[in-house]
Design a protein around this ligand. Structure first.
Ligand SMILES: Nc1nc2c(ncn2[C@@H]2O[C@H](COP(=O)(O)OP(=O)(O)O)[C@@H](O)[C@H]2O)c(=O)[nH]1
Ligand SMILES: [Mg+2]
Length: 460
């Protein structure tokens, strides 16, 4: 499935027309293929050469193209790579790919260039995934997180954890190898210490993971509240556009509206919903049910309350429904005299006026704070953003915890008969190491690789 013995080709620029388009070829036959397409013998490394492409030696294929040859191993994939830049016509680029296939290459699968770079040791799996994240990044925070991972800071942190586990395990195995001497290469106390350190470090990495994931995937922030609380007005004010219809008639909003915002460099999808109330209107009922559904999948719920009126049954219903969710209570209409009692929710409140704009900056800050985005962006530890990495780290953490528990059973003066706890310990440490190695791809199955590279674009 992951053969690197053949030569692959694909269009590397986005689908559609553009000023310039690029075809990339990688593999042992990259040079023979380009020779056949140009009739030219030699290409200077890393220099653009103006060429004319022909098919089977005579028929002109393209106007003029720039060919750049990157000899392996100093190329993106680690193999010989040839890049052909031409006019960005999809038709032209497709015919260059066809001609390259006729000349001995085959069509690349999505992500196959990057996959080869991993197989050939140019980058690890975390860095390969960061390449895809960087391509997908639409906010500065996403790009920064991807850059950092591409730089290898997360890989290095995981490498250090793994090295620490290796140390402990090697000493334990040495002790197991010489049971009769009764000699121990490591004291149970040192084992517990080592495992404790690793556990603390994994916890630190995981502590910003939820927010890191929000940075990578974007956060969903849903406005809920009684009808007429001013959800649509706040939505419009934060979106800086009159997207939602605002009227004094309760039950105006029936659909779920979304708007993408960038808050402190992070991507937030803001959702306006129908006000929660019992209504005989079937359209409004559907709106209310969609609102509840949106609220359930939210990273953060903004519960809007009309501050210019006494609290209502509808307010209570919404607060009741969102008690177990990350939420912020927003008291709107502070330009009018306050009627709603203070601190009846026990939640911290953000007081705003959608009409005058008062408090909206505070609301933005509170949202970013509540989502943990600022802490994540400014954390000194490498940011874990990828759900695959999070899962591997959690499994590693569990295995370390099991090992630590077994270490507690190893007596200081003597191992229990047969040294059983030590063997269990070694197995758990091995499992933890495996999980860490799965993150960076030092040890990974075809399934993991297939999963990772399935989300890449063609030509990357
Ligand atoms: N005085 C005042 N009225 C507001 C404010 N925000 C919204 N409103 C009014 O409250 C009514 C309901 O607003 P709307 O945004 O449609 O509420 P929704 O039903 O929660 O979406 C409209 O008449 C708005 O003009 C505010 O900050 N101050
Ligand atoms: Mg509305």
């Amino acid at each position: 499935m992951f053969s690197t013995s053949d030569t692959i080709v694909a269009v590397a620029t986005p689908a559609g027309r553009g000023a310039v388009g690029m075809v990339r070829i990688s593999g042992a036959d990259a040079v023979p293929v380009i020779r056949r397409l140009t009739g030219r013998e030699a290409f200077r490394p890393r220099r653009a050469t103006l060429c004319r492409l022909t098919v089977r030696g005579d028929e002109p294929l393209a106007d003029k193209v720039l060919v750049t040859f990157f000899p392996g191993p100093d190329s993106y994939t680690g193999e010989d790579v040839v890049e052909i830049a031409g006019h960005g016509s999809p038709l032209l680029l497709a015919s260059i790919v066809d001609a390259a296939c006729d000349a001995g290459a085959r069509l690349a699968a999505p992500g196959e260039f990057t996959l080869r770079s991993v197989v050939l040791g140019k980058r690890d799996l975390v860095q390969a995934e960061a390449v895809a994240d960087l391509v997908d990044a639409v906010t500065p925070a996403q790009a920064r997180a991807a850059f950092e991972q591409l730089d290898g800071t997360l890989s290095a942190a995981i490498g250090r954890l793994e090295a620490r586990l290796f140390e402990v395990r090697a000493a334990l195995e040495a002790s197991l190898d010489f049971p009769d001497e009764g000699y121990h290469f490591i004291t149970p106390e040192a084992v517990r210490q080592g495992l404790g350190d690793v556990s603390t470090d994994i916890s630190r990495l995981l502590s910003t993971a939820a927010s890191g994931r929000l940075i990578r995937e974007g956060a969903l922030v849903v406005l809920v509240g009684a009808p007429n609380a001013g959800k649509s007005s706040v939505f419009n004010a934060l979106a800086n556009a009159p997207r939602a219809i605002v009227t004094p008639v309760p039950g105006t909003t029936r659909d779920v509206l979304t708007e993408r915002l960038v808050l402190e460099g992070a991507s937030v999808t803001l959702v306006d919903t129908a006000g929660d109330r019992v209504s005989p209107d079937v359209i409004e009922q559907e709106g209310v049910s969609r609102a509840r559904q949106a609220a359930r999948s939210a990273s953060l719920v903004l519960v809007l309350v009309d501050g210019s009126r006494p609290r209502s049954v509808d307010d209570d219903t919404v607060l009741q429904a969102t008690t177990n969710q990350p939420r912020l209570v927003v008291v709107n209409k502070c330009d009018a005299e306050r009627q709603v009692e203070r601190s009846w929710t026990r939640d911290e409140e953000v007081v705003v006026s959608a009409r005058t704009g008062e408090g909206l900056d505070r609301l933005r800050t509170a949202v970013v704070q509540r989502l943990g985005l600022r802490a994540a962006v400014h954390s000194d530890d490498p940011l874990v953003t990828n759900v695959r990495h999070i899962q591997c780290l959690e499994r590693a953490q569990a295995a370390v915890a099991r090992a630590a528990e077994a270490a507690g059973a190893v007596n200081d003066t003597n191992t229990t008969p047969g040294g059983v706890p030590e063997e269990f310990l070694v197995a758990d440490i091995d499992e933890a190491q495996r999980c860490l190695q799965e993150v960076t791809g030092a040890r990974s199955s075809d399934d993991v690789l297939a999963y990772v590279f399935s989300r890449f674009c063609l030509g990357k």
